[in-house]
Design a protein around this ligand. Structure first.
Ligand SMILES: C[S@@+](CC[C@H](N)C(=O)[O-])C[C@H]1O[C@@H](n2cnc3c(N)ncnc32)[C@H](O)[C@@H]1O
Length: 159
């Protein structure tokens, strides 16, 4: 019988995910079956990039649009932010302002775990939030409201 090593990490995977290649956001991850809320759907190993290698090389390539912020401890003990390449489906989750998937870094183990934030129906896209500083036009964003001039005027604060 083989001994289970202490540093073994389970790589949880959902069997009910598919990659769709022709969505308005490019490739995307979709649910094939209903998935309960708070289900771990994927655990992905990452490659933490050297900060200099990142700014001098990766930032000038397409890969830059796939990396995640990652904290790194420097030799003097301070923590800086570098980037990490996420392997597996982790790099395929698109952005939505109404995301149904949350993610968590395990800095020590160098993995990211993805979990549903609510129940997801079969056929729904699984999306995370990239935050508010997007480098592309969000095709799923609600249309910006065009306000009537009198409504705008009524918001001007007069002393
Ligand atoms: C991490 S990749 C996700 C996978 C990507 N769709 C693909 O086909 O490789 C991030 C890129 O997906 C696209 N993307 C993700 N979310 C999007 C959204 N809400 N609207 C438009 N494009 C999106 C953008 O081109 C972005 O740079």
């Amino acid at each position: 019988m083989s001994a289970v090593k202490k540093d073994t990490l389970p790589l949880t995977r959902s069997a009910h995910l598919v990659l769709v290649s022709d969505t308005p956001k490019g490739r995307g991850v979709f649910a094939q079956q209903n998935i309960d809320a708070h289900t771990v759907i994927e655990t992905c190993p990452v490659l933490v990039l050297d900060p200099v290698e990142n700014t001098e090389h990766i930032e000038h390539t397409t890969l830059y649009h796939y990396t995640y912020n990652w904290p790194m401890k420097t030799a003097n003990g301070s923590v800086i932010t570098t980037q990490a390449v996420v392997f597996g489906l982790g790099s395929m989750f698109n952005h939505s302002h109404d995301q149904n998937v949350g993610w968590e870094r395990n800095v020590e183990k160098q993995v990211v775990t993805y979990k549903t934030l609510r129940s997801v129906s079969a056929g729904e896209e699984l999306c995370i939030s990239y935050g508010s500083h997007l480098t592309f036009k969000d095709v799923s964003a609600p249309p910006e409201e065009i306000e009537e001039p009198h409504e705008m005027l009524s918001k001007i604060q007069l002393d």
